[in-house]
Write a protein that binds this ligand. Structure first.
Ligand SMILES: Nc1ncnc2c1ncn2[C@@H]1O[C@H](COP(=O)(O)OP(=O)(O)OP(=O)(O)O)[C@@H](O)[C@H]1O
Length: 284
């Protein structure tokens, strides 16, 4: 299977804390890959780097889309080097991303995410949250807007259609016009996934999607993750502490501890790995 993502020697420091050190892994296209590890292992920091919320101090992240490879570090903006001043193409590209780069450009590539602590627009309705996520594909021409042209109406209708489709997929059709902040917790988690999918995600990063869910909601989530992959052609990366969910949905598991990858493999391999058990349970 081709890899959609390659992470090579990623490093991130916060003052004296080395949150990630030489972290390398690949994510196969169409797979569900779980990133697990004890608290503070660096899992969310990996997601923050993948999605452009943090700029790693070392290493490379490459996202493969069709036949093109995109480097996240370039998209987030890099300092100029002397060589750039004799290479106009490289100079132009760096200048472009210095001016217009950032996590929104990473999202435009097709990498989307949810958050450990839900970050919906709580004062907007559920459907409005999904419309905001599609702002890139809406017709933003001011004249088209002013004269309510056909292309403007079409783009709006298309966005509403997609939002309704995703509300149906995550089982929130009845909540379309309720304020996001008033939805039950489990519904908010599903709305976050729908919002991430409305950006036309090819790779979705779910940060502890089962946190705070009850048993039935976790089962529904597991089913939704499988459907994202099977029916919607999405590659899923998931950080999760619920090991039964991880073991059920994942094809591949990466284990982090103290900012290092300490193990990787299939659920069966990870379940029986003594290094992983030691990281979670400590040494006797
Ligand atoms: N913005 C930040 N500023 C300073 N330190 C940070 C920051 N973000 C993360 N850290 C530190 O980096 C380390 C890794 O944090 P991270 O949130 O990535 O861990 P995690 O594996 O996601 O943990 P958890 O399972 O508890 O969410 C921790 O020591 C954390 O305190």
């Amino acid at each position: 299977m081709d890899d959609i993502l390659k992470v090579d020697s990623l490093g991130v420091s916060f003052g004296g804390i080395r949150a990630l050190d030489q972290v390398s892994f690949e994510v196969a296209k169409g797979s569900v890959t779980a990133i697990i590890g004890p608290n503070g292992a660096g899992k969310t920091t990996v997601f923050n780097c993948l999605t452009g919320f943090y700029k790693a101090s070392d290493g490379r992240i490459q996202f493969q889309d069709k036949n093109r490879t995109h480097s996240i570090e370039i998209i987030l903006g890099q300092p100029f080097t002397l060589q750039d001043f004799v290479n106009p193409i490289s100079f132009g590209r760096k200048l472009f991303y210095k001016m217009f780069g950032g996590s929104h450009q990473v999202a435009a590539l097709g990498i989307s995410r949810t958050f450990q602590n839900i970050r919906l627009f709580k004062d907007m309705t559920a459907i409005e949250n999904l419309l905001v996520a599609q702002h890139r594909s809406l017709n933003k021409n001011i004249l088209a807007n002013l004269f309510n042209t056909r292309s403007f109406r079409d783009s709006e209708a298309q966005a509403i259609k997609k939002a309704k489709e995703w509300l149906a997929i995550v089982g929130l059709t009845a909540d379309a016009d309720r304020l996001a902040g008033e939805l039950p917790y489990g519904h908010q988690r599903r709305l976050e996934i729908a919002r991430a999918m409305c950006t036309d995600a090819k790779l979705i990063c779910l940060d502890e999607p089962a946190a705070g869910l009850n048993h039935n909601e976790t089962k529904d989530l597991s089913n939704l993750i499988s459907r994202l992959r099977t029916n919607h052609n999405v590659t899923v990366c998931v950080i999760e502490h619920d090991m039964s969910l991880v073991m059920e949905v994942s094809d591949h598991i990466i284990v982090l501890d103290h900012g290092n990858v300490i193990a990787r493999g299939t659920p069966t391999e990870i379940r029986n790995n003594p290094v992983v058990l030691k990281a979670y349970l400590g040494e006797e």
